[in-house]
Design a binder for this molecule. Sequence first.
Ligand code: F6P
Length: 534
Amino acid sequence: MTIWDRLEEKQAQVSGRTILSLFNGGRAGVFSARMGDLLFDYSKTNIDAETLDLLLKLAADADVFGRRDAMFAGEKINETEGRAVLHTALRNLEGTPVYVDGKDVMPDILATLGRMEAFSTAVRNGTFTGQGGAITDVVNIGIGGSDLGPQMTTLALAPYHDGPRAHFVSNIDGAHIADTLKGLNPETTLVIVASKTFTTIETMTNAKTARDWMAQTVADPAAQFVAVSSAIGKAAEFGIPADRVFGFGDYVGGRYSVWGPIGLSLMLAIGPDNFRDFLHGGAAMDTHFRTAAPAQNMPLLLALVGIWHHQICGYKTRAVLPYDQRLTHLPAYFQQLEMESNGKSVTMDGQPLTRPSGPVVWGKPGTNGQHAFYQLIHQGTDVVPCEFLIAAKGFEPDLAHQHDLLLANCLAQSEALMKGRSLEVARDLMAAKGFTGAELERQARHHVFPGNRPTTTLIYPELTPNTLGRIIAIYEHRVFVEGVILGINSFDQWGVELGKELAVALTPLIKGEESVEGKDGSTRMLVEYILKSS
Ligand code: F6P
């Protein structure tokens, strides 16, 4: 019997019991983990000591710790692309050597960080200017990991924002760049072209549009452009001089790249010191992941909770629910991290997966979601494990009473999801409202909450740069652990390629330059509709 079989057997045994029944003394302390001032509570799940033990064995059996050490050591664990996986090196501020192909990558990483800091300081103190004076606005043009990371973190750390205004353009839809540039002064705007490959059609197209927009007003548009990329040569072809190109190695995946040059827009917004605190946070979580005992290892535990819910219990999706308006983009960021990393059907050696791949990840900040989709989470037929995140303290001392309400709502949701409301209680409630007989029974059934719905809560004193760094690193390592357990390569993304290829082939058809012959009936009909309408 494999560990997977034993976990399935265990799930069959315990599926009928309530999570609440597990709370018979000391559970919260055991089924939680602390890292510094972070507290991760997974006691409101149906995991008991035996399940945890099996899950930890599953991780050990998959050689999670060996793969972890190989990752940090710079081994080429991204086997399909023949690359090391070293976003962790970007936050290795101590500079301890990390070797790729026998070369220590740390001197280059730290030198680039130093250049980013010098440039950011010059922009922020007005030494580096636009052609009409000090830089007032920064537009980051990128997509996927070259957008979600900087955009998410810049909003998350808004209380630390004392640099120029930050804007983010990603979509190929011209509306995005048109709406963003409208109202900006080209003479005081800095454009960052952020693309690991410097070939992504959305980013290259938007970058040209921004350059044309700037050229209408300023004599030398390239002087207000910066490139961040691992394809330094291509940035030069775009006309951006080498001193404003910030490079990084191909061992940094797009969705893991916010820690390096792709984070330049964040550094411009919050300043180099705060950016360093952010890196320190990520590095502290790396140390925790490498050294904490398995039963206290936060990324490992979060991964095992995820495996239990998705692969064993069969819950199809997982919701990320930050109770923090400034973490509005966090669910989308984690969505890319998880779904682009672990949304695969074959194992590293090309064999079909025997278990489901990673789950669908989605979410929105609370409390807004409560008034929209929580209905299904509470009473729908699908169980959606929820991952809550919240700070004990907000940044607005005058509005502390509002933060209290935010906290109360967050805790109320996990309590309600666990406890639910029985038919008996619902009947009493309806009777108190004056219902009787068949109508009481009918109404009562609408007011039943099945409960027993699993949640986790990650809580921290406040959302500082260091804390945000730690949170992101928890989730990065969580995705890594899940990938190792499933035998997936979490660091390629071949699934995005086919659509890109077909889009290139379809463009001349949309322009009417090539015939739709050979296309399927649906695509032909849609192209013909477009041609008639445009
Ligand atoms: O198409 C997917 C993807 O390659 C992501 O992995 C990446 O974050 C995004 O596109 C942007 O890529 P680039 O930074 O190379 O422009």
